[in-house]
Design a protein around this ligand. Structure first.
Ligand code: NAI
Length: 719
């Protein structure tokens, strides 16, 4: 709704009312059309102010209306009518003017913003473009380069930056409506010809072609196959090269293409999935989702290696006091320096003064005695972790939550080492822990609802996307990764190269293919795990390790590389070669290619041509099939949880919605058929066998992803 009141005698004040963000729903649009008309025809009204109730101007289109039949007045003519008004219209921007909200403000003749307001056109992140004139008015107002930046990235800007760019006319520290009303009184009766942005000529830089070419190249590089940023560049180009009316036509055409694309659907799905997962109040019937978390003021981290340092930084940045414990004196000193430097850099980036140092260091585990929660991040070694949990259980005050950052080990086993297993939970962060947004909260079989809720809440406070998962080897993310990586190894045996596999996955949209990723994180990590599992044959170095374990196909390729000291970037050699250890630029390695040829020859394998489609189908469908098994086993509450884990923790391209959503887009019947085909060709790879949930969904007519829960409910949930 929108309400109009007359204030200060001659100002019509229109207030948008649609909590929580005054989104432009059909009712709000209708309200604006009616109230503007009334204000313009009222002779007592000399100027108009548009504001939003509850301290926010407008959060944009009502995303809930996407995909439904359009009702109410459309946005474009509504904004035109405001711009064409014969009386000055002033936007009073408090809180945020985002998407359609900013486009509405750009239709006004003046914009006054509160100093704390945020402005932006984030449509691109939903696979769309600002289609209510945003792509045509913004470049006319602030120039092509700045408009390109805002529209293609969707980034939000502060009021100060908006003033500097010329998006707003004035910034106020006081009540925005008061400042806007005062301003409206001062401009009443003044000519408006120079205030209608659509009539401005778009500034044309002399090197227009070069500028757009560079912009296009940049978005293509960053977009990883996403089409919306490309369409944004095309729309801004239309603003710079066509008259306004034709530019609007182009904006409309481009929007129509985006709107019906699968990418926009995938991105909107991700938007809702992220919100649903972080609210953790889905109708899952989960035992913990109604429990009240306990506040955590002081936390401890044990083990200050790669992960412990990042976790310490993330906790301190969330405002907690942190006790950081490390047994190795040298590691402790290095960690202290590294954590301080990371905190300083973080403060600088966020434009805040580095706060008082809230981190204290100790090499004595007794220092954790009075904390509310501990996160253990020592080596991935069950015996060591068991010992640490026994110690914590004795040292910590009663009620302290004990968390482990293990990537794959059994949380229940660790809980059984303590006096209060209900206080034990997994908090699986991703490297680098102060940067990566994902947190898997691992619900052990004895974790209490309050323990899980507290870990979820703490993750949220740390700015993470927390997803609750059940306890099994590798939880959700790493469990699904295993078949994906194994398929990549098998493809090498059958004739592919790391370059071919990586190219296929990178063209699909992953920032890095499986082999470049493996070089980055270190081949030795998986090797150690496989050795622990007794999978690595002692004679591997002799070059004749078997290609099966317990009747299942196994590729010893990774083990063979490790035995040669090829651990990836850290040693300067892995699946690729690097100029020096630690260098990040992967170059093709002729040694690796001859090594693969010799390996195939030794095992009597004949290399065949493998195309991108096979790489994608085998790697991705194997991973997806494991995702279905995870749902079947009740390890994840629903497909959204898995998708959010993959988008935020594993570089799955967001515009493809996550693996489970993607399976639906491809067609579940097709995924099933291809898995059957590959399982027949590779009967010694059990995880290629389509799982029963997938079969059931296909038999049930392949319902859309939001209806899978009805089928999943029949399985037993671990959550
Ligand atoms: P790391 O090897 O870099 O660090 C482990 C640290 O723990 C070392 O500084 C070591 O001195 C210290 N430590 C060992 N015993 C200790 C004890 N009794 N008390 C205090 N400190 C002790 O290992 P990283 O990579 O940080 O991994 C830690 C944990 O996080 C492992 O469980 C790992 O599986 C998990 N993890 C690792 C990820 C990664 O990408 N590196 C990602 C997610 C989880």
């Amino acid at each position: 709704m929108a309400q109009c009141t007359r204030v200060s005698g001659s100002v019509g004040l229109i207030t948008l009312q649609n909590p929580p963000v005054n989104a432009l729903s059909a009712a709000v649009r209708q309200g604006i059309v009616d109230t503007v008309k009334r204000a313009l025809s009222d002779p007592k009204v000399k100027s108009v102010v548009i504001c939003g109730q509850d301290g926010i101007f407008c959060g944009g289109a009502d995303i809930k209306e996407f995909g439904t039949k359009m009702s109410g007045p459309p946005l474009v003519p509504m904004i035109h009518a405001i711009e064409a008004a014969s009386k000055p219209v002033v936007a009073a921007i408090e809180g945020g003017a985002l998407g359609g909200g900013l486009e509405l403000a750009l239709g006004c003749h003046y914009r006054i913003a509160h100093s704390k307001a945020r402005l932006g056109l984030p449509e691109v992140s939903l696979g769309l473009l600002p289609a209510a004139g945003g792509t045509q008015r913004l470049p006319r107002l602030i120039g092509v380069p700045a408009a390109l930046d805002l529209i293609t990235t969707g980034r939000h800007i502060t009021a100060a930056e908006a003033l500097q760019l010329g998006v707003v006319d004035q910034v106020t520290e006081h009540r925005t409506v008061d400042a806007a009303v005062k301003f409206a009184l001062s401009v009443a009766g003044k000519p408006l010809d120079g205030r209608r942005i659509s009539t401005y000529p778009c500034p044309r830089p002399s090197d227009l072609d070069a500028l757009f070419e560079a912009a296009m190249q940049k978005v293509r590089q960053n977009a990883r196959g996403a089409i919306a940023p490309v369409a944004c560049v095309q729309a801004v180009r239309a603003a710079a090269t066509l008259p306004y009316i034709q530019g609007m036509e182009r904006e409309k055409e481009l929007m129509a293409t985006l709107f019906t694309s699968g990418q926009a659907r995938a991105l909107q799905y991700c938007f809702f999935a992220q919100r649903a997962v972080s609210k953790w109040s889905m109708p899952s019937g989960a035992r913990w989702d109604t429990s009240k978390p306990r506040p955590v003021h002081k936390a401890a981290v044990i083990g200050l290696g790669t992960m412990g340092r990042g976790i310490t930084v993330a906790l301190a940045q969330a405002g907690l006091s942190v006790v950081a414990v490390e047994t190795q004196e040298k590691q402790l000193m290095e960690a202290k320096q590294a954590v301080s430097a990371m905190l300083e850099r973080g403060a600088k980036r966020r434009g805040v003064a580095p706060g008082p140092d809230k981190v204290s260091y100790s090499h004595n585990i007794q220092a954790v005695a009075d904390v509310d929660l501990v996160i253990e991040a020592v080596f991935e070694d069950m015996d060591l972790k068991k010992k640490v949990f026994q110690q914590m259980s004795v040292i910590c005050k009663p009620g302290t939550f004990l968390c482990t950052n293990t990537s794959a080990l059994d949380v229940d086993h660790l809980a059984s080492q303590t006096r209060n297993p209900e206080l034990v939970v997994g908090m699986h962060f991703f490297a680098p822990a102060h940067v990566m947004k994902l947190l898997e909260v691992v619900h052990g079989s004895q974790s209490s609802p309050q323990t899980v809720a507290t870990a979820m809440q703490l993750g949220k406070k740390m700015g993470k996307v927390s997803v609750a998962v059940g306890n099994c080897r590798g939880f959700v993310g790493n469990r699904m990764l295993k078949p994906y990586v194994e398929q990549a190894f098998f493809l090498l045996e059958e004739g592919a190269t790391p370059e071919l596999v990586d190219r296929a996955l990178e063209e699909f949209g992953f920032p890095m293919g499986v082999f470049r990723m493996s070089d980055l994180s270190g081949l030795d990590v998986g090797w150690r795990v496989r050795r622990g599992d007794g999978l690595v044959e002692p004679g591997a170095a002799s070059g004749q390790p078997a290609r099966s374990r317990g009747g299942r196909r196994y590729s010893p390729l990774g083990d063979l590389l490790c035995e040669q000291g090829r651990f990836g970037q850290k040693t300067g050699r892995g699946w690729y070669q690097y100029d020096k250890p630690g260098s990040r630029i992967a170059r093709s390695d002729p040694w690796l290619h001859s090594f693969l040829e010799e390996y195939r020859a030794r095992h009597g394998l004949v290399a065949r041509r493998i195309d991108h489609q096979e790489v994608l189908e085998r790697c991705l469908y194997a991973l997806i099939n494991e995702g279905f098994r995870i749902l079947e086993d009740g390890i994840a509450t629903g497909p959204e949880d898995i998708d959010i884990i993959y988008v935020f923790g594993y570089g799955w391209p967001r515009h493809r919605g996550g693996p489970m959503f993607y399976a639906g887009m491809v067609g579940l019947a097709k995924v099933l058929e291809r898995l059957e085909h590959y399982h027949q060709a590779h009967p010694d790879v059990p995880y290629l066998q389509p799982c029963s949930l997938l079969r059931r969904l296909v038999a049930g007519g392949s319902p859309p992803v939001h209806r899978w829960r009805e089928v999943i409910k029949k399985f037993h949930s671990q959550l």
